[in-house]
Design a protein around this ligand. Structure first.
Ligand SMILES: [Cu+2]
Length: 164
């Protein structure tokens, strides 16, 4: 019994030590980007969504204005919204505003980055590199971790239950 408990404890310790390595966070100036993730795409798919949490830790407003990547011809900033019972997606012509001290979640069913005209399928284990451009902070290079097809949240990072 003692041995069993010791083994369990060491496994838990291992899991706790391994967890921070999975979460990839990126930052530049006051802009902090947590856990960018996307999904593997089925063959022939031409679009994919990218998600992350962006925080403006500064005292002046900023704005995510655009993004680029090598894996798709176009990247747009989108919003998904229920309009009269119908889920609609629209391109955000003015980007995503980040007020001082504000965090914005890009997640399924809300704001997202849209990779359009994929040049190849997105596959698990091959992170997607992209550059996000902010009005004030400038360009930030990020890597989107690839979750399985149809995933609703990033794995291994607490499923979106961020500590505050
Ligand atoms: Cu979209």
């Amino acid at each position: 019994m003692k041995r069993f408990i010791a083994t369990t404890a060491s496994l838990l310790l291992f899991a706790a030590a391994a967890a921070p390595l999975q979460a990839r966070d990126f930052s530049k100036g006051p802009i902090k980007i947590e856990q960018p993730w996307t999904r593997a795409t089925p063959g022939g798919a031409k679009v994919a969504g990218g998600f992350m949490k962006i925080t403006n830790t500064g005292t002046t407003p900023d704005r995510l204005v655009s993004a680029t990547t090598d894996i798709s011809g176009v990247v747009e900033l989108h919003e998904m919204k229920m309009v009269e019972g119908i889920m609609q997606m629209r391109a955000l012509g003015n980007g995503i505003e980040l007020k001082p001290g504000q965090s914005v979640d890009l997640k399924p069913g809300g704001y997202h980055v849209m990779f359009i005209d994929l040049k190849a399928p997105i596959v698990k284990g091959k992170p997607v590199k992209a550059r996000l451009t902010f009005e004030k902070a400038g360009e930030i290079e990020v890597e989107f971790k690839v979750e399985p097809i149809g995933a609703r949240a990033p794995a291994g990072g607490g499923g979106g239950h961020h500590k505050h």
